[in-house]
Design a protein around this ligand. Structure first.
Ligand code: COA
Ligand code: MG
Length: 304
């Protein structure tokens, strides 16, 4: 068999990914103190056109100042590559050297290939990874072709972020608790991401004062298979870290599976019986990834 989907991307913690408007000095300063796994510094929707230039300058200064916590990914969301701000944003990206660039309003594979080519032409081969906002109706229709870009460009594309504010406004799909009409779309995004070994983050939840409904939506996202959630407010970080984290019982169960397959009596077996449950070798691979993530969480907690 060829082309078995492999998880060629390393395990990274992306439970809580906070959006910080680059035009908001107070929020930029505050972001230094927050325990989110990643930060998306936004130059797009949250920044007015007349503030874009100042926002770029503020980001360059912010990235140049010391004090980036180890292990926390720093991502810059640029404006559409085709518009008047996109290229200026990419120049700022070269000056900042973030871990990744988040491309907004992606419609098809070409949007990602274009950004990858632009970076490659400037010699940024080891430069930023690419993340893609999945927030247009076209991106849902083209989701498998977009995900396949994750197998090219040296694996530069490694994460999808669903954007329901744009998707709902373009499509008219209702904003309801439990997201009934969105579930089929969200599941396509998760499956396409996995087919190319990409991470995938659930959309923001706007009503940041409603902590209970937020936690319910995090739990739903976890059950759908998302790795984490894009956030808009610091009050959402703890809930997302918890919902997309790994409980002690999950880690213990994973360890049982890994040790069982390592036991000499199970060498050469593809499937075994663990306390009345069928467990296959694929579960051991899944368990290893889960334990790697649990290790990253433990490392992070000792740093805090
Ligand atoms: N990142 C960092 N800090 C933030 C923050 C964020 N996204 N949102 C709020 N804060 C800070 C505030 O600056 C304030 O800090 P302070 O204690 O130093 O004054 C504190 O958290 C409490 O904020 P609060 O007063 O509850 O909210 P607010 O009225 O200042 O801001 C929003 C509310 C929605 C405007 C703000 O949260 C925001 O801009 N979120 C991100 C929006 C965004 O990125 N959109 C694009 C992606 S959808
Ligand atoms: Mg958007």
């Amino acid at each position: 068999m060829t082309n078995i989907p492999t998880h060629h991307h390393p395990v990274r913690l992306r439970r809580s990914v906070l959006s910080v408007p680059a035009s908001n000095a107070r929020a930029l300063e505050k972001s230094r103190t927050l325990a989110c796994d990643a930060i998306i510094f936004d130059l797009e929707d949250s920044v007015l056109p007349e503030k874009k230039a100042d926002a770029r300058a503020a980001l360059i200064a912010h990235f140049a100042a010391a004090g980036r916590p180890t292990g926390q990914e720093w991502v810059i969301r640029i404006n559409p590559f085709s518009g008047e701000h996109g290229l200026l944003d990419l120049e700022a990206v070269l000056a900042c050297a973030p871990d990744a660039v988040l491309l907004p309003k992606v419609c098809g594979p070409r949007d990602i290939l274009d950004a990858g080519d632009w970076l490659a032409e400037r010699g940024a081969d080891d430069g930023p990874r690419l993340w893609a906002m999945i927030e247009t109706a076209a991106s849902i229709l083209n989701i498998s072709a977009i995900a396949e870009v994750g197998r090219t460009l040296g694996g530069r594309l490694d994460c999808f972020v669903v954007g329901l504010n744009d998707l709902r406004s373009e499509t008219g799909i209702a904003d309801l608790e439990g997201r009934p009409y969105l579930i089929p779309l969200l599941m396509q995004v998760v499956v396409a991401a996995r087919a190319s070994g990409l991470d995938v983050l659930d959309s923001v939840y706007n009503d940041f004062a409603n902590a209970e409904a937020f936690v319910r939506e995090c739990e739903q996202g976890r059950q759908m298979g998302f790795d984490g959630k894009m956030l808009i407010h610091p009050a959402q970080i703890a809930g997302a870290n918890d919902a997309f984290g790994i409980s002690e019982s999950e880690a213990a169960a994973a360890l049982v599976i890994v040790s069982a397959f390592e036991a000499p009596e199970n060498a050469g077996k593809g499937v075994i019986n663990i306390r009345g449950r069928m467990v296959e070798r694929l579960h051991a691979d899944q368990a290893l990834r889960l334990l790697a993530k649990a290790d990253l969480i433990a490392q992070k907690e000792t740093q805090e």
